[in-house]
Design a protein around this ligand. Structure first.
Ligand code: ZN
Length: 288
């Protein structure tokens, strides 16, 4: 009996040790990203796997970075803490994301005049602020949800690496440095180093957020040669979407899909008191 008790204590100790090692190694890994950990702690973007290297020199830190998006990833674009947004520049979109002849245009070009203010779109931390060939003077900001935005061809950069920046903060002045034939902003959105169409997160025509959440799948990063940009290929693959009908409540929707109201609210980043509008899209989480 005594031997049994000793074994039990011993095994319990091992379990605690393993847990402690697990927790500490995780903290160590993401040491520099306190800002991001705090946000992920709110539970909306739970995964830590986007904490790739904090490289202050290159836009892409590793050529072979695997983009493992077997499952749909729900990215929270707007949370109570990070609800601010500003269009980087109010201007005409002169070139879309996607195939441009034989090359891929990895961002959207917006016309501006030299010296115009260029605003940071969302709160974040500056990862890169330097001159890059092609891009010219460039600022890259990483946001709390793992998405990065990139601002290129600036005539002047006004922020430094590791600066905390706010949505709407002027991060540089417009220009045509690097490979550019006219004064414009080349604006990119990236996730795990891969560019995707900025129109998925920003409505450039109405100067607003596109959505509260973004569902990323491997489809999001596929480029269709036939189309200039792939907004339409962004479908809710793998996720069920419920379109709100007359009489629906969060409780009736949750019951219908056999999930709890709490899970439904968490997946949609909404409160249980939210008034639903007819036609509104509600994400039905599958397995979390
Ligand atoms: Zn461009």
């Amino acid at each position: 009996m005594i031997i049994f008790e000793t074994m039990k204590v011993f095994l319990l100790n091992i379990v605690f040790l393993l847990l402690a090692v697990g927790v500490f190694s995780q903290i160590d890994e993401i040491d520099n990203y306190e800002f991001l950990i705090n946000e992920s702690a709110t539970g909306h973007y739970i995964s830590n796997d986007f904490f790739y290297k904090w490289d202050t020199l290159y836009v892409r830190t590793s050529r072979n970075h695997p983009l493992n998006l077997a499952d749909t990833q729900i990215i929270c674009l707007r949370s109570p803490e990070y609800s601010k947004f500003q269009l980087p520049v109010r201007g005409k979109v002169i070139s879309e994301f996607g195939w441009r002849g034989r090359r891929i245009h990895t961002g959207i070009d917006i016309k501006l005049n030299k010296g115009d203010s260029v605003f940071c779109s969302f709160d974040g931390i500056v990862r890169i602020s330097r001159y890059l060939s092609g891009y010219g003077n460039t600022v890259v900001v990483r946001h709390f949800n793992g998405i990065e935005t990139l601002y290129a061809h600036l005539s002047k950069r006004l922020v430094d690496v590791n600066d905390t920046v706010k949505a709407g903060q002027v991060i540089g002045l417009g220009g045509r440095t690097g490979r550019a034939t006219t004064d414009h902003l080349h604006f990119e959105a990236r996730f795990k180093e891969q560019p995707f169409n900025p129109r998925l997160i920003i409505d450039f025509d109405n100067y607003t957020f596109k959505n509260d959440t973004l569902l990323l799948t491997s489809e999001t990063f596929k480029l269709d040669r036939k189309r200039s940009y792939n907004v339409k290929t962004f479908t809710h693959n793998g996720e069920k979407i419920h379109i709100v009908q007359k009489g629906d409540t969060l409780y009736s929707i949750a019951r219908k899909h056999n999930i709890t109201v709490e899970k439904l609210c968490a997946a949609n980043n909404i409160s249980e008191n939210k008034i639903l509008k007819i036609g509104e899209k509600i994400i039905i989480p599958q397995s979390f």
